[in-house]
Write a protein that binds this ligand. Structure first.
Ligand SMILES: NC(=O)c1ccc[n+]([C@@H]2O[C@H](COP(=O)([O-])OP(=O)(O)OC[C@H]3O[C@@H](n4cnc5c(N)ncnc54)[C@H](OP(=O)(O)O)[C@@H]3O)[C@@H](O)[C@H]2O)c1
Length: 305
């Protein structure tokens, strides 16, 4: 099969090569998915799981990409809940070969059915950003209607999902980002926008939930804005700042079939829009994943035209 592989961490995304790899076998509880579309998060290059297996052994050449939409072509021993020919989407295991390939072996529990009226490109754009927003808001952040959410990076892949889901849940959403992000953040449903480039964060009043996708100084300053009993949720590594009288949580997104179902149902009925910046053919993927200008939104690779 054709696949993009990584061999050199120092080279970053520029070190990707498109090559031939053996098709993966289906292990116990796996399905094999013929990939139609794949999503990629640039920070994968910094994740240890991209380079080593769970035992700490070098696993290069590794195939990156952890979001997919495609069709099941085989099932492994003991696999239940999915069948050959079914359209699926979901999240590939961090420590195994990923989705920038024609086929992937993946545990069935990481996938959900993809309804026939949702395009594969849309399906591949949803798992990481959608599940991260869902879990951060509702599981870790315990968001309630009427609360105020400070949604950082509100024009980005995760931030647009956070904004829409929080607003649908009855929250007041303050989106943040660079000056150029204002229109997009408001278009995705933020009630107001804070430009982080001109220090407007200092004018924000008390909030119940900070959804941090930036870290560093922005995270520290945001922690100070949290009301008593509120929560700082971060997805960019261990939290460095804590609210004076509240919770701080950092987490890594997990696959969840029921939550994927909730997310895709919202896409179908128009409550949730995905944030795709670029769609590229598989043969053009390496160029698309090494952009020379600023991109806003997810890059989705259309592996099967
Ligand atoms: N823990 C997890 O499970 C998990 C899951 C998903 C994502 N993540 C992480 O979350 C982060 C965001 O992911 P994403 O896919 O949403 O990325 P993204 O699409 O690039 O969105 C991030 C947004 O925040 C903006 N931004 C970043 N730093 C900023 C700053 N200092 N001031 C103003 N705006 C700033 C970005 O603008 P620019 O593009 O101009 O910088 C972009 O619009 C990444 O680090 C990713 O690895 C973690």
């Amino acid at each position: 099969m054709k696949a993009i592989v990584l061999t050199d961490q120092a080279a970053g995304t520029a070190g990707m090569t498109l090559t031939e790899r053996p098709e993966p076998p289906a292990a116990i509880n796996d399905v094999i998915v013929q990939i139609h579309a794949s999503g990629f998060v640039p920070t994968e290059m910094e994740w240890p799981s991209t380079w080593i297996d769970r035992g700490g052994r070098d696993r290069t050449p590794s195939i990156p990409g952890h979001e997919l939409a495609g069709v099941v072509t085989a099932v492994g021993y003991g696999t239940t809940g999915l069948s050959v020919g079914q359209r699926v989407f979901g999240l590939a295991d961090w420590h195994r070969d990923g989705t920038l390939a024609q086929y992937v072996a993946i545990e069935a529990r990481n996938l959900a059915p993809l309804p026939g009226d949702v395009d594969f490109t849309v399906g591949a754009s949803l798992p990481i950003s959608g599940l991260t927003a869902w879990q951060g808001l509702f599981q870790h952040g315990r968001l309630q209607a009427g609360q105020t959410v400070l949604a950082h990076g509100a024009a980005g892949a995760v931030g647009t999902m956070v904004t829409q889901l929080a607003r649908e849940a009855g929250a007041y959403v303050i989106g943040t980002g660079r000056a150029a992000d204002r229109e997009k953040a408001l278009d995705f449903g933020a009630h107001e926008f804070v430009n982080l480039e001109n220090d407007a964060l200092k004018d924000v009043g008390g909030v119940d939930l900070v959804f941090d996708v930036i870290g560093g100084d922005v995270q520290r300053r945001s922690a100070a804005l949290i009301k008593a009993g509120g929560t700082l949720v971060s997805v960019v590594g261990p939290v460095e700042a804590r609210p004076t009288d509240g919770l701080a949580v950092d987490f890594v997104v997990e696959a969840d079939r029921a939550e994927l179902g909730e997310i895709v149902q919202r896409v179908r009925d128009g409550r949730l829009r995905t944030n795709i910046g670029d769609v590229a053919r598989f043969d053009d993927a390496i160029g698309a994943l090494n952009p020379t200008t600023r991109r806003s939104g997810k890059t989705v690779i259309r592996v099967r035209p």
